[in-house]
Write a protein that binds this ligand. Structure first.
Ligand code: 2RA
Length: 330
């Protein structure tokens, strides 16, 4: 069986990756249709499925589609999801519009594909959550995670193609001695680190930080798990790195943790410090697996604590790959 697939937001950074992931994973596509804003409608796009004319997303007839990937914006998803699902089309939504709705499953397929049930609308997690989720869940199942402390080093791709373009342009300007400015980020991103992603909340965390808390709890079905996160934007292109510290219920053995993580689907263990092997954005770029390494006993929590470093491609496991994996489960 093959499917009529639509990508809403096909010209954006995530939309383009979804096209490639569908092709690379041999997703059974009967027909691929690309949708974007009225500005792009009528233009053509070269894809591994051939040249495709872009259509106006606002005018999509969802009865002609089996599955639609939504990658435009939260507001657009809010306005269009019901129209799509009531026409019988599955929607996999990349925005945060429905992630915290208790009637909408939020899915990392390696962890909770059972949550999909009969739902026609499935939410794809935020990239920062999705990249940490598999190693964290693997350790949770074995050792029981009591507390989680995360610090992130997030790539400019998290702000879309415009974020990546701003990094390239600002780096050139800086090196050429020209004035640096900023449009996408709160401050110039080149040669900088900005501890501010998304809006500040009443508790002084950012929304990006609270997304990690809310979403990890929902995916793990652990509504009270204590999690805290600090999110920082750094001048890299497309891989989010995360330093993660856990306190565990049972004593945690780093050697056992490495053994577990070496065989889990979606993880590449990169942990050989004698040979300087550890996760990095340059090695995790364009990789489907999330790199995990620097696994060690945490010296604050002692034998009930573990510390490790994760790098995952923000546009792949953090967005397009996870979305296509959800479609595969459907
Ligand atoms: C970011 N997590 O990195 C966001 C994108 N969804 O900005």
């Amino acid at each position: 069986m093959s499917y009529k697939v639509g990508i809403m937001g096909a010209t954006g950074a995530v939309g383009r990756e979804i096209i490639d992931v569908l092709h690379n994973r041999n997703f059974p596509v009967e027909q691929l249709r690309l949708f974007a804003s009225v500005r792009s409608a009528g233009k053509t796009m070269e894809t591994p499925f051939g040249e495709i004319t872009i259509e106006n997303a606002d005018l999509a007839d969802y009865s002609e589609l089996d599955i639609a990937f939504f990658a435009i914006s939260g507001g657009w998803s809010q306005e269009n999801a019901e129209k799509a699902t009531s026409a019988g089309c599955y929607v996999i939504d990349n925005s945060s519009a429905f992630r915290y709705d208790e009637n909408v499953p939020l899915v990392v397929p390696e962890i909770n594909s059972d949550a999909i049930g009969e739902s026609k609308l499935i939410a794809n997690p935020n990239c920062t959550t999705a990249i940490a989720a598999i190693p964290l869940y693997t350790l949770h199942k074995e050792f029981g995670v009591k507390k989680v402390l995360i610090s992130t080093y997030q790539a400019t791709s998290g702000a879309g193609a415009a974020g990546m373009d701003e990094l390239a342009a600002e780096t050139r300007n800086y090196l050429d001695g020209k004035e640096v400015g900023n449009k996408v980020f709160a401050y110039p991103i080149a040669f900088n680190a900005i501890p501010h992603i998304d809006s500040f909340q009443d508790n002084d965390y950012t929304r990006e930080e609270m997304k990690v808390v809310w979403e990890t709890r929902k995916i793990f079905n652990e509504p009270d798990m204590p999690i805290s996160c600090t999110c920082v934007r750094i001048p890299t292109m497309r891989v989010h790195a995360e330093s993660i510290i856990i306190e565990t219920e049972k004593p945690v053995d780093p050697a056992k943790a490495k053994e577990l993580l070496s065989s889990v689907e979606g993880v590449e263990l990169k942990d050989d410090i004698e040979n300087n092997v550890y996760p990095m954005p340059i090695t995790a770029t364009k990789k489907y697996d999330v790199e995990v390494g620097r696994i060690r006993q945490n010296i604050v929590f002692g034998d009930h604590g573990l510390e490790f470093f994760v790098c995952g491609d923000q546009l792949l496991k953090g967005a397009a790959l996870n979305a296509v994996q959800i479609a595969e489960k459907l």
